[in-house]
Design a protein around this ligand. Sequence first.
Ligand code: SF4
Ligand code: SF4
Length: 271
Amino acid sequence: MSSKIANPVSELPYPLRDKRTLEAGQQFRFACHPGLDCFTDCCANVNILLTPLDVLQLSRRLGLETGDFLRRHTLTPFTKELQLPVVVLKMNDDEKKTCPFVGDQGCTVYQARPWSCRMYPLAMALPPARAGQEPEPMYFLFEDDFCHGHGQGQDWTVESWQANQGLAERDHLEEGFRRVVTHPWFIGGRQLDIRRMDMFYTACYDLDAFRRFVFDTTFLKRFEMEDELIEKLRSDDEELLQFAFRWLRFALFAEPTMQVRPDAPASGRNP
Ligand code: SF4
Ligand code: SF4
């Protein structure tokens, strides 16, 4: 099994341990196009961790509510090593374990393809949170035998590859997610309880359910929020996702990212 993996929380994941690291500015030569005999070989038997933005974009691309997308297309493996729930794209139940979105002409959801598909042949890992230190991402180069794009085309750096793959323009949302999963609260291996894990899962991944939590409960009566922001949250998915990360820092780690109204009613249900 090959891997397109971004692990945001724990120690270096096993598939990255023997991979070449890439420092800032270091180059690699790579090209990926339909003319290669390996075209789409990487789209099967692969672990793809989905970021919150991946789930949102794929759901919208497929015309599904986020909850329906999660039920149909993802798995949430649970192991003791995971500090937080992760969401993995479910491969087809065929011999090759093909991605449900691969077609003869390539990726059928190309504009909404996941973060790790855009990154490949690169991967990124974040070290565990440490007091007083911003976690510095580490970058790795996969040099899988099945992938014949290495040594072809032009030279790239991590930065130029990310820009070419449309990753730079969505980085502010991925950054909001990274700030939650690498929060100093986790220093020393602290674990969220099940209720908070559910809150994290819903706010990060099931954005339509999170929107109902904001608008169909006492939420707006409990927190000081500007009218302009409230209006945006009704229809702007990316604004709502950004807000979900802000709310999680308040709800999970007691950061003062939200202000409770003086006349707030008792807290309602969690998302
Ligand atoms: S989402 Fe697209 S690029 Fe990613 S594995 Fe599936 S078909 Fe390939
Ligand atoms: S070059 Fe690598 S990434 Fe591109 S299609 Fe071939 S196996 Fe996949």
